[in-house]
Design a protein around this ligand. Structure first.
Ligand code: SAH
Length: 398
């Protein structure tokens, strides 16, 4: 049935795949052929040709495709995808029923058994992210499955085929009726403007929902807040709704000014009483030190990797130094919210950066609470790298 290619696992990797590891990785396979056509069904075998799992070939920065099934007889067909999507949608049942949140993830890649694919829901609009040409080859099945299972206003897509996961610029409309953007979605009662047809980033990072809520409900009231790498100012808006005295949002990108004004305005907040600054955060830190500015709450949410005019920032190498800059402008007993979405290090390592930073500036601290991905960003224990988000609330003691 159908065309497939056999890949043979090296002996020492067989157990790993038998116990549920989902990523088809080069180091595990004896005869991985990088020229295999994307979307080809791959059968993983042991050295005695015993079937272990099947999946598809698709090139991503992470690897060469994903396991889809451990059942030799299961066909990767229309029904397969309908079943996977139905399970995924059922798992988010509570969110679909929520009155104050209508933006969340409904398919989270390998967490839902469909590596290389995510689908987000924005108040009746669905956004599909394809992370390889391989998974895109199954698009008809997947889009048909979605059409069969849900009512939708429209379906949009982002192709992130580039091996580095880069977005391919084009018209992202797929089906339904074209939206007029922005559409206004709600997260825990707060409004957000979302643009599904303007490039890779749509205006909100859904994975920080629980953190935003926590800042609003427990940390913002009466506080001065500095939000660095602020993008559309999502954390600032939640802090302001939570009663902060003032928020300061800093982002290098020109678009961030209008986008942040828009988010404040959508929530009936006067943006003119907030500071919205378009600048390199590393310059801003120097400015703040010079002006003796200090904050009660400092939020750090840098990208894993960023290159500005002069500075190259890599979370793995530079997070410790970023923290040291933040500590210098955080009030005594103030809070630093340190966040990273880097999958190349885990929470333990992240905490070692925190410890190191405080040691180097000769200060004490207390870890108050931590967050990882919210429930809709489903992960599996067999693939801990997929659980990429690490957020720590740290109290700056003197
Ligand atoms: N914290 C945001 C998401 C951050 S995305 C949120 O919750 O929505 C990363 C942002 O970092 C981008 O908007 C990018 O423009 C910004 N950025 C990258 N390097 C920067 C730098 N050196 N200084 C300021 N902003 C930077």
């Amino acid at each position: 049935m159908g065309e497939y290619v056999n890949f043979t696992l090296k002996g020492k990797f067989v157990n790993k795949y038998n116990s549920g590891y989902p990523l088809i990785s080069k180091e595990a396979i004896m005869n991985l052929n990088e020229a295999t056509e994307e979307g080809t069904i791959i059968r993983l075998l042991d050295e005695k040709n015993k079937f272990i799992a099947k999946g598809y070939f698709g090139k991503q920065n992470k690897g060469f495709g994903w396991v889809l099934s451990r059942n030799e007889n299961e066909q990767i067909d229309q029904r397969f995808f309908v079943n996977k999507l139905r399970d995924a949608i059922n798992y988010r049942e509570l969110l679909f029923k929520s009155r104050d949140t209508n933006a969340f993830r409904i398919v989270n890649g390998e967490g839902d058994g469909l590596g290389g694919l995510t689908i987000d829901y924005f108040d009746g609009y669905y956004l599909i992210n394809w992370y390889s040409k391989g998974i895109y080859r199954f698009r008809e099945y997947i889009i048909n499955a979605l059409k069969e299972l849900v009512e939708f206003k429209a379906i949009y897509q982002k192709k992130r085929f580039d091996v580095s996961g880069k977005y391919i610029e084009e018209d992202d409309f797929v089906a339904g009726e074209r939206g007029t953007f922005p559409i206004i979605v709600k997260e825990n009662g707060v409004n957000f403007a979302v643009y599904l047809n303007e490039g890779a980033m749509v205006g909100i990072f859904l994975d920080q929902r629980d953190v935003r809520k926590r800042i609003r409900d427990a940390y913002a009231e009466g506080k001065s807040v500095l939000n660095t790498f602020s993008y559309t100012g999502a954390f600032s808006v939640f802090a302001a709704v939570g009663g902060s005295v003032k928020t300061t949002s800093v982002d290098l990108a020109n678009r961030s000014l209008n986008k942040t004004i828009e988010q404040f305005s959508l929530n009936g907040l006067d943006y003119e009483s907030q500071d919205i600054i378009v600048e390199d955060v590393f310059h801003y830190f120097k400015y703040a030190v010079k002006k003796k500015l200090t904050f009660d709450l400092v939020i750090l949410d840098p990208p894993s990797f960023a290159r500005s005019k002069k500075i190259v920032f890599s979370a793995e190498k530079d997070y410790k130094d970023l923290l040291k800059e933040a500590i210098a402008i955080t009030k005594d007993e103030g809070i630093i919210v340190a966040s990273t979405n880097t999958s190349s290090f885990n929470m333990k390592k992240f905490k070692s950066f925190i410890d190191q930073a405080f040691k180097e500036v000769n200060r004490k601290y207390q870890l108050i609470e931590e967050f990882s991905l919210p429930k809709d960003f489903k992960t599996i224990k067999e693939f801990p790298e997929g659980d990429y988000l690490k957020v720590v609330f740290i109290k700056n003691l003197s």
